[in-house]
Ligand binder design. Structure first.
Ligand SMILES: C[S@@+](CC[C@H](N)C(=O)[O-])C[C@H]1O[C@@H](n2cnc3c(N)ncnc32)[C@H](O)[C@@H]1O
Length: 280
């Protein structure tokens, strides 16, 4: 979470915390760091940041491109956008937060030198290829696209433990549902293939392991990162939530069997063929 602006924020230059990636963020920050490693960033660039959420990395990008550049952050969640605009306050007037669904972006957005999206690609479903293709149309010729997402393989040791327990307890339907959830997640190989099908070039897809630390019991079950988007998938496989609670309790008391727990930070980078015209 970004801090909210204080009185001092009404000075003309933005406070350092708004220019940098948030220091105490164990999930978005490491993904954003990988994104920045692959992004060819320069002063004056125009950037579309999809699924911008709290403004990671939109605020940092706005700082780096400077007043000669332009950053448009897009998110589908209105409340999220209100928070980001409140955090922005009077700073970076060349940064705009707009409402939009990455699967159907407003056609009047124009074209950009760069398109970024930290922890974004998993939301391109169900038509990931088509969404990627549409998104690439907002790139100028010679422009670069860099997206990150937790790829297939993320928390594999946990899924194996859950699977074993489901077999042991005879949860056949639940097990099938969970397998569907997991295999629906895009892999690094899928990402590469979709980028190729979009006609993009200089494709680079890389994975960086990220260890996520957790204690057992409630710390695991209510871990802010694991719960939303990962453990919730297990609960959703059960029609009876009391059974789901009992099942997950068993898992939560056996974390020794699946730690260290690794996510795969996948970065997909590609360029639109052509020569980039000067930024306008
Ligand atoms: C995991 S957060 C990532 C936010 C930020 N980029 C970061 O790194 O912290 C995902 C964001 O994607 C947004 N989102 C989900 N589906 C979306 C869609 N179809 N179009 C645009 N934004 C979407 C959510 O509202 C949320 O703010």
């Amino acid at each position: 979470m970004m801090p909210t602006p204080s009185h001092s924020s009404f000075l003309s230059s933005p406070p350092p915390w708004l220019c940098e990636l948030p220091k105490k963020d164990p999930w978005s920050r490491p993904f954003a760091e990988s994104l920045l490693t692959h992004l060819d960033l320069y002063e004056g660039a125009s950037i579309l940041d999809v699924a911008c959420g709290d403004g990671i990395p939109a605020f940092h990008l706005a700082h780096r491109v400077g007043p000669g550049g332009r950053v448009v952050g897009i998110d589908v969640n209105h409340a999220q956008l209100l928070r980001s605009r409140a955090v922005q306050g009077p700073y970076f007037p060349w940064l705009e937060f707009r409402h939009g669904d990455v699967r159907q972006l407003p056609p009047d957005l124009g074209q950009f030198d760069r398109i970024t999206g930290n922890l974004s690609f998993m939301f391109f479903r169900p038509q990931r290829q088509e969404t990627l293709q549409q998104l690439a149309r907002f790139l100028k010729p010679g422009g670069q696209l860099v997206l990150t997402f937790p790829s297939l393989g993320t928390f594999d040791s946990l899924w194996k433990r859950v699977d074993r327990e489901m077999v042991h307890q005879g949860f056949t339907k639940e097990r099938e549902r969970l397998a569907d959830y997991i295999t629906e997640r895009p892999s690094a190989a899928d990402a590469r293939q979709w980028l190729e099908t979009c006609g993009l070039e200089k494709i680079d897809v890389a994975e960086y392991p990220l260890e996520v630390h957790t204690g057992s019991g409630h710390e695991f079950l209510f871990h802010p990162l694991l719960r939303g988007g990962f453990l919730d998938d297990v609960y959703e496989c059960f029609t009876d939530q009391t059974l789901a609670d009992q099942f997950m309790e068993t898992i939560s008391l056996d974390i020794k069997s699946f730690v260290p727990l690794f996510a795969q930070r996948c970065v997909m980078s590609a360029w639109r063929p052509g020569v980039s015209p000067p930024s306008t």
